[in-house]
Design a protein around this ligand. Structure first.
Ligand code: C5P
Length: 221
């Protein structure tokens, strides 16, 4: 780790989507490039933190100076995240699939000629942020979540703070006209229990740097 305001601090960052298998060749996923989460991991490391990045399947390179743990499914992401605790900081930027198939098939599912498609039975995935935010023993000092919404951004973020046990929610508007998915820019609202800041449209790297600065300031208080 580098010398900096977060020297001696440990951080867990989740990033990317999860892939939930339907059968060996098909999966359910969320759209996520991993760019924002990876940039946050790199920015925390540049401030001196010892960072573990738990990443779902992404095509971008590993950030410099962080320990990367690769996972596929939400359940694997939860296990790897818990294994990275205790930590001072958790930033949960992954786009975790809310549901997985109740029973993934062991062999590729085939069309049966009837013209009737198979029904997928889904079951809910664990909420990694809520598990960590409400953890009785291992809750990090600062827990930061994300919220991708298509309206009422601040309102939903406030609900999410309480429900997930987070200290801060980074909320962005992902209505199609804003073009966040896979893009390089982000317009973010930083929502706390009784605060809300709206940041200018910044690159994901700049968002990461600014957020790392907020985290360092909070831990320094
Ligand atoms: O409920 P929603 O998916 O909008 O919450 C988003 C936040 O919760 C993000 O920080 C995301 O990484 C986290 N999350 C999680 N595990 C889930 C679902 C969301 O950690 N199963």
């Amino acid at each position: 780790p580098l010398a900096g305001p977060l020297s001696g601090k440990t951080a867990l960052v989740t990033s990317g989507p999860t892939h939930e298998p339907i059968d060996p060749v098909r999966y359910i996923a969320n759209r996520s490039s991993g760019k924002q989460g990876h940039a946050i991991a790199a920015a925390l490391a540049r401030l001196g933190a010892n960072v573990t990045l738990v990443s779902g399947p992404v095509t971008i390179p590993d950030p410099a100076g962080v320990t990367v743990v690769r996972v596929e499914t939400a359940r694997e992401m939860l296990a790897a995240s818990l294994a990275a605790l205790p930590a001072d900081i958790a930033v949960m930027a992954a786009a975790v699939a809310d549901w997985r198939t109740a029973d993934a098939a062991d062999a590729k599912m085939k069309k049966d000629g009837s013209g009737r498609p198979p029904a997928l039975a889904l079951t809910e995935n664990p909420d990694i942020l809520a598990t960590i935010g409400h953890h009785p023993d291992l809750r990090p000092t600062l827990v930061v979540g994300f919220a991708a919404e298509t309206g009422n951004v601040a309102g939903y973020a406030r609900d999410k703070l309480a429900r997930k046990g987070a200290d801060l929610i980074c909320a962005n508007d992902v209505s199609p006209e804003h073009g966040v998915f896979g893009g390089d820019a982000n317009t973010l609202h930083l929502v706390g229990p009784d605060s809300m800041e709206t940041w200018p449209t910044l690159s994901k790297v700049e968002v990461a740097e600014r957020l790392a600065g907020v985290i360092a300031a909070r831990l320094g208080e």
